[in-house]
Design a binder for this molecule. Sequence first.
Ligand SMILES: [Zn+2]
Length: 175
Amino acid sequence: MERDSPPPSRSTTVGEEPAPPVQASSPDPEVIATQQVAENSAVADSGGDGPPVQAVAPELILGDLKRQMNRLQREIRLTIQAQLGQMAGRSLGSIEANRELVRSIQEMLDAHGLRVRCTQCGQPAILRVSPRSGASAGVFVFDHTVGGRRTFHGGRVVMPEIRLVAKPPRKSRSA
Ligand SMILES: [Zn+2]
């Protein structure tokens, strides 16, 4: 609506003062040039004194990564254990539901290279639900190999206390 006033003032500024834009643009290249000189001299200094400090050895990176992974894995193990611990002493009421529960748990443990520790012998095991006469919802058992034989320990009608351990490496049986 009021476009009368801006045009006159703008035209007078451009026409009378051509110098300011040139002065404003000149400081920037100087600053950039100074920074480049500083960087070049820093590189030259480190190169002359000895091996470059910035290059971290791959073994150190890998070692650091392994430590971080171990810390994270421990955190995962303790988190899963804490949550599963809340289920101890409980049953879902049917063998199908209990089987589905331990199957889900086992799937999660497998994904993180974990096993449950047998409460009877302490060895790494897989938690399963087996049918048993008199127990309509089945019984929770620890499935593992003891002395070269597949063995089931436990056998309570409720979820046992869960302690997690690392999955043991596969043994190549030559005997
Ligand atoms: Zn056992």
